[in-house]
Write a protein that binds this ligand. Structure first.
Ligand SMILES: [Zn+2]
Length: 399
């Protein structure tokens, strides 16, 4: 059997990536915006692309960030990023363009890619130095992007070198205890794995963190700071015995498309559409959820609740549940949450909500309540536009 040996730079090269971005922006100006950042330390261009339906208001859209090529010798990430760009400008991606703003950084280590090495030539691991005083240009580009487009979902595209035709991976940061996140993540991972396996690779998946192992990659940083739904994928690759680049692209694109679908629909346990990490604190039966009329407002609320989470000193049952009454208690001791919160409860059976009281006072504004049903229960969310430090006792009365 002949062994194919490749010498750097390996396709897609930095020049090929830039050429692809420019060509797409020229062909589809109605969807695309080129992002230009400071050059790499060796003078290579560092660019990205935003793809969205420009005629649809930005404020209603989910933000999905796709990062490729942080490790220079993992060309699968670069080709998959280019593949998803091609998909996003196609007719098939119309709904995604209307509902999401997808930001793609396809080649986040151009100097490493030029030499086919893992880190940058100076040994810096791109995007793991963001806490440094002077992060590298690639990390500065990433930091600028998450400031411009605080992400609702993030996918970081990697490859497992010298692993040939073996398994691919969908992995994710460990999720916070007593949240709905591990359940939601399992749903998303299952869909991504199913799509990747249908496209031709077997997969394994697991959390990225365990006792004694510490990492600080973009997916962990975005979960910690924005409560973004974050995953990292690994494609089996090798410079000799690999699936072809076209096969690795197809598998990676299938996985990302499965993730993007979650940003276009409403999770059955959420009061709005979009990526489903929406029980910010607590579980679906009793949770603090985002407030706001559009994606931008809810993102702000989610981030504020999340970053103030340690000041929520109680979130639990407010007394015994009765046949027609659900009670909840929330204590908050932090600074006021000006972007608001929702308090979500789930009551057994298909019910009609009769009234809500907070600390004995009726909630009268119908706009301050959202209700919906699934096969077995009734969900209610009551909104507080500006949460001040206090203890709140809720009663939900049903008929
Ligand atoms: Zn990697």
């Amino acid at each position: 059997m002949s062994i194919q040996t490749l010498s750097p730079p390996i396709s897609p090269t930095g020049a090929e990536v830039i050429q692809h971005l420019k060509s797409i922006c020229k062909q589809f100006p109605q969807y695309c915006k080129l992002l230009r950042f400071d050059q790499s330390d060796e003078g290579r261009p560092l660019e990205g692309i935003v793809i969205t339906e420009k005629s649809v208001p930005k404020k209603i859209k989910q933000h999905c960030l796709i990062i490729g090529g942080r490790h220079g010798n993992e060309e699968s990430g670069r080709i998959q990023a280019l593949g998803i760009i091609d998909y996003l400008v196609s007719a098939a991606a119309k709904k995604t363009r209307e509902q999401q703003c997808v930001i793609i950084l396809p080649n986040m280590n151009p100097d490493g890619a030029a030499q086919d090495i893992y880190k940058r030539p100076d040994g810096v691991n791109v995007c793991n130095d963001y806490a440094d005083k002077n992060p590298c240009p690639e990390t500065r580009a990433y930091l600028k992007v998450i400031e411009m487009y605080p992400p609702d979902a993030v996918v970081d595209l990697h490859a497992r070198g010298f692993t040939g035709h073996s398994h691919d991976m969908v992995i994710h940061p460990g999720t916070r205890d007593y949240t709905q996140d591990h359940v939601i993540m399992a749903e998303v991972v299952k869909d991504m794995v199913k799509a990747g396996e249908a496209a031709g690779a077997i997969h394994i998946s697991h959390p990225m963190t365990w006792d004694g192992w510490v990492s600080d990659s973009p997916v962990e940083q975005c979960y910690r700071n924005f409560k973004s739904l974050c995953v990292l994928t690994e494609s089996a690759e090798s410079n000799s015995h690999s699936r072809t680049l076209a096969q690795r692209k197809k598998i990676g694109v299938a996985r990302i498309k499965a993730l993007l679908k979650h940003g276009n629909k409403r999770h059955p346990q959420s009061h709005f559409s979009g990526y489903p990490y929406n029980c910010v604190l607590g579980l679906s039966n009793l949770a603090v959820v985002p407030y706001g009329n559009d994606a931008r407002a809810r993102r702000r609320s989610r981030t504020e609740i999340w970053t103030q989470s340690k000041h929520f000193t109680a979130l639990g049952s407010g007394g015994l549940e009765e046949a027609n009454i659900k009670r909840a208690k929330l204590s908050y001791a932090g600074k006021a949450i000006g972007s608001g919160i929702g308090l979500q409860v789930r009551m057994t059976g298909k019910r009609r909500l009769k009234s809500i009281t907070i600390n004995g006072k009726p909630v009268s504004n119908k706009n301050a309540i959202s209700t919906w049903k699934d096969d077995s229960s009734t969900f209610v969310v009551v909104f507080i536009k500006n949460l001040k430090p206090d203890t709140y006792n809720f009663e939900f009365h049903f008929t």
